[in-house]
Design a protein around this ligand. Structure first.
Ligand SMILES: [Zn+2]
Length: 374
């Protein structure tokens, strides 16, 4: 099928699903389906913290909404709801206790992505949330990898792992993690990431400089949460100190013209997630989000969900809302699909194949208009 350009109609989610694409900023911890959570709780005989119908509405659960120091960051934002959000991630990941359960979570993630027409994902995994696997992080990775293997064998979304450090971890611990992961040659681990609340941890670029240096020397890609709960400083640090190839969020780079120019000059892509930013209070509404300005500046921007299940969304729903809110055409969405594949850490052959499939579905990237016009 082909997509006629610039029709002045609301873009249907079915057409968005039909576009071959990648998602590069999505957390496994934020992708548990409600039905899977209920099954895991039942298997482990763990009581739900509230009614199933409002399980993802963490503001309703006293156990998650009480003030406390946060332990980690799926989305890593900075609103009053963040502490509860992160505690909820810890609770649900704590329900995954066996290899079979971990593999099933991985498989379900790939199936969920496939339903959105996502052919490849770099999925962020932060083992600090998975509290029954502490000290056995490599076993967790192995179990997840088994689930991703089965999914790929069944023709579902191909997933590789961005192993995420927690921003409040120490320098030595971070370096030990990188050595362990690279020493074990953990399959499907293609990148090192860091997430968590930048407001709680402060500037951590220096702390993680050596860990990211080790990752780079070992051939791992680097992607860094920054410019969300931190301002432009966090993005500068990610580039200057952590050898970041991609920035997760990075939206507050728009506040610093020199930083915008740096991102353009070095072709650093931003994994932007407007719904997450609005949900967690970085921006008050979609119209206030700087996505159009980031695009207009010429930055390679991708459009992602961050934590789709916890945010109650899908990628196609968020692309449709973005199109409606910002006036994106089908061609614009094809551009998002193309950039998502180009920015991914998929190997060269897979990226080439997916880009060719996208051209088959949507037309050549040179036609009807040049990429830089997007
Ligand atoms: Zn995130």
């Amino acid at each position: 099928m082909s997509f006629p350009s610039a029709l002045p109609v609301r873009i249907d989610e079915t057409e968005i699903r039909a576009l071959p694409k990648a998602e590069v900023h999505v957390h496994l911890e934020g992708s548990f389906a409600l039905v899977d959570l209920l099954e895991l709780a039942k298997q482990n005989r763990v009581a739900l913290p509230g009614p199933a119908a409002t399980l993802f509405d963490i503001s309703t659960h006293d156990a998650f909404s009480s003030p406390a120091v946060t332990t980690g960051g799926g989305a890593g934002a900075g609103s009053a709801g963040l502490t509860g959000f992160l505690r909820f991630l810890d609770w649900q990941c704590g329900l995954v206790r066996t290899r079979e359960q971990a593999a099933r979570v991985a498989y379900a993630f790939a199936a969920r992505q496939s339903a959105s027409g996502i052919r490849y994902s770099d999925v962020i995994v932060n083992p600090t949330h998975w509290n029954t696997w502490h000290g056995r992080e490599l076993d967790l990775l192995d179990a997840l990898t088994g689930g991703f293997d089965d999914a790929q064998s069944d023709g579902l979304c191909i997933a590789n792992i961005a192993y995420s450090l927690l921003r409040t971890q120490g320098a030595t611990e971070a370096e030990d993690i990188v050595r362990a992961v690279t020493g074990a040659r953990a399959r499907r681990v293609v990148a090192l990431s860091v997430d968590g609340d930048e407001k709680v941890a402060g500037r951590t670029g220096e702390r993680f400089r050596d860990a990211f240096g080790l990752a780079a020397a070992s051939g791992l890609h680097r992607t860094v949460h920054a410019g969300e709960s931190s301002g432009p400083d966090g993005v500068w640090d990610a580039l200057d100190l952590l050898q970041a190839e991609r920035i997760d969020h990075g939206v507050r780079a728009i506040e610093d013209p020199a930083l915008v120019q740096r991102l353009v000059d070095e072709d650093i892509s931003l994994g932007v997630c407007p719904r997450s930013n609005v949900t967690l209070g970085i921006y008050r509404s979609w119209p206030e989000h700087p996505l159009p300005q980031l695009l207009a500046a010429g930055i390679r921007v991708t459009l992602n969900t961050d934590d789709p299940a916890t945010m109650g969304t899908t990628l196609e729903a968020d692309w449709a809302v973005a199109a409606e809110q910002f006036g994106f055409t089908r061609d614009d969405l094809v551009g998002f699909a193309r950039r998502s594949i180009e920015a991914s850490f998929a190997d060269d052959d897979l990226r080439r194949d997916l880009l060719a499939e996208l051209v088959d579905v949507a037309g050549s990237p040179e036609d009807p208009r040049p990429a830089e016009a997007e």
